[in-house]
Design a protein around this ligand. Structure first.
Ligand SMILES: Nc1ncnc2c1ncn2[C@@H]1O[C@H](COP(=O)(O)OP(=O)(O)OP(=O)(O)O)[C@@H](O)[C@H]1O
Ligand SMILES: NC(=O)c1ccc[n+]([C@@H]2O[C@H](COP(=O)(O)O)[C@@H](O)[C@H]2O)c1
Ligand SMILES: [Zn+2]
Length: 269
């Protein structure tokens, strides 16, 4: 668009990916089309970041398998990648921290002592508190999620308000509609989300697709085909490794989800 600087964007999707499905990959394509259609952005990279085992979600299989399946699923993509940093952390990592980690990774190296007094430089930068994180010359980073994750911002003891403010205030969010959710209504009902509504891009998926990893795991337990819901290479990997059994679905069954443990002070019995 004339007179507009096009902002480079990297999309980061955080989630269980237990297992990765075709819909997870579609989310990236939908988000890229939507952002680039505005004429304001060019999406240069997508990152899938599977959550670590310490998240303790029911039925969550080992991160090494979830990572490998995500890698297989993106083999044919020239822009969607997989990153293992989050899944390798011993403790569960808040999503705001994961976003910050990737944002920092994407920025060009800071100037060296030879060029500038780095302490003064860092202080000055902190004092400036950029509301829009593009000041360091690297691409912009936005969190990509489905509407269920946006709506989970309202679940008590699941998210810190400061983390939500950082994600939507400093970075930005791209949210894909999911049936049964109404992201516009949810944003309207939250003072914080309303304040930062310009940083929240809601993408309407007209070809509604209710693929969910939960349904895929259920079909696998019942010996039903999951072909065409997942990339073929992922289906093969699941078969070879014998993943997703009645036993694996009981993993963490008696354990409280890590964020709820952390913020409500609850402990595993
Ligand atoms: N069909 C879908 N439409 C829109 N977003 C989706 C869809 N499936 C997954 N997502 C999004 O993908 C991200 C990762 O989700 P997740 O790994 O929880 O997959 P899931 O299919 O929702 O799995 P589960 O059923 O185990 O919760 C989340 O942001 C989630 O909202
Ligand atoms: N407070 C937080 O930062 C917070 C809370 C709940 C879930 N999450 C993240 O959201 C994603 C949700 O994944 P699931 O939908 O598979 O549970 C995960 O990456 C998880 O780490 C973050
Ligand atoms: Zn989910």
């Amino acid at each position: 668009m004339d007179g507009h600087k096009i902002t480079k964007v990297v999309l980061l999707a955080c989630g269980s990916f237990n297992p990765v499905t075709n819909m997870h990959l579609r989310m990236f394509e939908l988000a890229r089309d939507h952002l680039e259609d505005t004429g304001l952005y060019r999406v240069v990279k997508g990152i899938i970041s599977p959550v670590g085992d310490a998240y303790k979600k029911k039925g969550l299989i080992e991160a090494c398998h979830r990572l490998e399946m995500a890698r297989l699923s993106t083999e044919n993509s020239d822009w969607i990648t997989v990153d293992s940093w989050e899944s390798l952390q011993p403790e569960w990592v808040e999503t705001a921290k994961v976003v910050r980690h990737h944002y920092d990774q994407l920025q060009p190296a800071e100037q060296t002592d030879d060029d500038v007094d780095t302490v003064k430089y860092a202080k000055k930068r902190r004092a400036e508190k950029p509301s829009h994180r593009t000041k360091r010359g690297g691409p912009h980073l936005m969190l990509l999620c489905g509407a269920d994750v946006l709506e989970s911002f309202g679940v008590p003891n699941l998210w810190k308000q400061d983390d939500i403010a950082a994600i939507v205030g400093r970075y930005g969010l791209v949210c894909i509609t999911r049936s049964g959710s109404d992201p516009h209504k949810f944003i309207h009902g939250s003072d914080m989300l309303w304040k930062y509504r310009k940083n929240i891009h809601v993408v309407h998926e007209w070809v509604t697709n209710e693929i969910s990893a939960t349904h895929v795991r259920q079909s696998l337990r019942r010996g039903r085909s999951v072909r065409y819901l997942l990339p073929d290479a992922v289906v093969r990997y699941i078969q070879e490794q014998g993943l997703y059994t009645a036993e694996s679905e009981q993993k963490n069954a008696d354990v409280i989800l890590a964020p709820l443990q952390r913020y409500s002070g609850a402990s595993t019995s």
